[in-house]
Design a protein around this ligand. Structure first.
Ligand code: ATP
Ligand code: MG
Length: 358
């Protein structure tokens, strides 16, 4: 199989994902995000995007920019976590030649570049307190000075901030200013984790498959029902980024790689309760046992090429008990109870009898 890279690497994709390729999906949570995003895109109102890593905050920020009145201006991203507090001021507001040692030439800051465009402050919760004060001052009236320059300048930029941290908690811990929070969070948009919008996974998977097919110039096998099923039931701690990487692996290496790696990851061991959390010991044992069982069951199924009877024999439990435990561990959808109340599209097709052997 020849693999030829035509487009930029996966790492560059976030920066160039064209707005028309942004998928919102059919889940209620994402429909709501889309409705809200469409309402606010053209208004210039400051937006705070929050949600876990890889959930699409930057993609949505770029979508908002491209649907805004300042779409002809620049989209200027500042990665707050990557810039040390001491350098942030010069990065944001720029400096004049000779303002400090090493300032060999005048350099405009990011804020200036974003004039009549969008200023995207990514990882805003990672700003230290002095940087937060400077940012707040600027946000009060859009005025600032370059370091080493007395004169005040003003810019008119659309502000979008993003974070994967819980800002309420950061404020409670004294790490984030409440007044800054009110400034940046005029409208908040929450990006849900992928595991809370499983019904969107098949659509996204097919989309990434088509994209990778073009990117790598290979003809992948269509996603089988079983593959789609597992994609829907994996935990996806890395959210959409991780899903898109998994599909890239599927395209380049083949279905085997996807199933094996995702199953192994889905059998993650239970991390245990939070350090400060007090839980009843009985439920602690129950959870630990369930997590351990899930790993062992998967190992037995793998070793027996998904033959459940053989796996049950090896595990020295009855076939019926194994079926029960497979369902209990969420390895296939339950027919009754929890998943029975979900729509068909949400639970996805049952694994075909060809794949599960008895
Ligand atoms: N709505 C979407 N439609 C299509 N692809 C998406 C969408 N959201 C995210 N992706 C894919 O997931 C990747 C990660 O998205 P993005 O960088 O926006 O996440 P993030 O929330 O900013 O993550 P982090 O918190 O790690 O910075 C993107 O490069 C893109 O490939
Ligand atoms: Mg991001």
């Amino acid at each position: 199989m020849s693999v030829e890279k035509r487009r930029p690497t996966a790492g560059q994709q976030a920066a160039i994902l064209p707005p028309e390729e942004v998928l919102f999906g059919r889940s209620e949570a994402m429909k709501q995000v889309r409705r809200r995003a469409a309402k606010i895109a053209g208004t210039g109102i400051p937006v705070l995007l929050y949600g876990p890593k890889g959930s699409g905050k930057e993609v949505l920020a770029r979508w908002l920019h491209s649907h805004s009145a300042v779409s002809n201006g620049q989209f200027v991203k500042v990665n707050c976590a990557a810039i040390p507090g001491t350098l942030l001021e010069s990065e944001l507001f720029g400096f004049e030649k000779g303002a400090f040692t090493g300032a060999h030439a005048t350099k405009p800051g990011r804020v200036e570049l974003a004039d009549h465009g969008t200023l995207f402050l990514d990882g805003v919760a990672d700003l230290d307190l002095p940087s937060q004060s400077k940012l707040l001052q600027f946000l009060q009236d859009g005025r600032f000075s370059r370091i080493g320059d007395e004169s005040e300048r003003s810019v008119d930029a659309r502000l979008i901030c993003a974070t994967d941290k819980d800002l309420g908690e950061e404020i409670a811990q004294g790490r984030f200013r409440l007044d800054l929070y009110y400034r940046i969070n005029v409208v908040g948009l929450k990006l849900p984790p992928l595991r809370e919008r499983r019904e969107d996974i098949p659509l996204m998977a097919e989309h990434f498959l088509a994209r990778c097919q073009e990117q790598f110039s290979v003809r992948p096998e269509p996603l089988s029902r079983e593959a789609l099923h597992y994609l829907q039931y994996t935990e996806w701690p890395g959210n959409i980024r991780e899903l898109s990487n998994a599909i890239a692996r599927y395209v380049v290496i083949g279905p085997e790689a996807l199933m094996r790696e995702d199953l192994e990851r889905s059998a993650h061991s239970w991390p245990g309760p939070d350090k400060n959390e007090i839980v009843p010991l009985k439920s602690l044992c129950r959870e630990a046992i369930r997590a351990g069982e899930k790993n062992i069951i998967l190992a037995a199924l793998r070793a027996n090429r998904w033959n459940r009877r053989k796996a049950a024999q090896e595990l020295k439990i009855s076939y019926r008990l194994l079926i029960y435990k497979i369902r209990d561990a969420g390895l296939i959808p339950q027919k009754k109870g929890r998943t029975a109340s979900r729509s068909k599209s949400e639970i996805g097709p049952a694994p075909s009898s060809k794949n599960w052997k008895d």
